[in-house]
Design a protein around this ligand. Structure first.
Ligand code: SF4
Length: 158
């Protein structure tokens, strides 16, 4: 998996102060996509062991307390990205159990297959659905268009 951008201290992509990773690769091709260069799975740089270690270190940093980790993109729930992100979110929840995980995806919750749904037990907040320009509304919180849903999962829901 490649990623486009990593923000070690981020206050706009989810609640609280967060570590945010924008992964590469998305096949939804939404009209009006805010970041078309994220569509290519080859964009950005490789998410390697050093990057994973850096994020874990940042999440554990007590000088700047992070509420959690945000995964956006691109699409973190594209199966090609799930392959890398599933063991990563499992590690985050194991080593940083007090941190929440927010994920933005272009799939609706109902569209996720069994493989993708393996991510759900580790996700606290999922914002789902394609960006639909005709339903765009800048007053929405955490969402770009009205079709998208903010799912707040309780632990053990899956
Ligand atoms: S799901 Fe997000 S990244 Fe993918 S095309 Fe739609 S708006 Fe762009």
């Amino acid at each position: 998996m490649n990623y486009l951008q990593y923000y070690p201290v981020d206050i706009v992509n989810g609640e609280g102060t967060r570590c945010t990773l924008f992964v590469s690769g998305c096949t939804h091709a939404c009209k009006g996509c805010y970041n078309r260069k994220s569509w290519s799975f080859g964009a950005g740089v490789l998410f390697d062991h050093a990057m994973e270690e850096q994020i874990i270190k940042d999440l554990k940093d007590t000088r700047i307390k992070r509420q959690g980790l945000t995964l956006s993109g691109g699409d973190p729930l594209h199966p090609r990205n799930v392959e890398t992100l599933l063991p990563f979110v499992q590690r985050v929840k194991s080593e940083c159990p007090d941190k929440d995980i927010w994920v933005w995806t272009g799939y609706t919750l109902g569209e996720l297959d069994d493989y993708q749904r393996q991510m759900l037990p580790y996700i606290d907040v999922l914002i789902d659905g394609k960006f639909i320009q005709e339903q765009a509304d800048p007053s929405l919180v955490w969402r770009g268009s009205a079709n998208q849903i903010v799912h707040r999962f309780k632990s053990n829901e899956f």
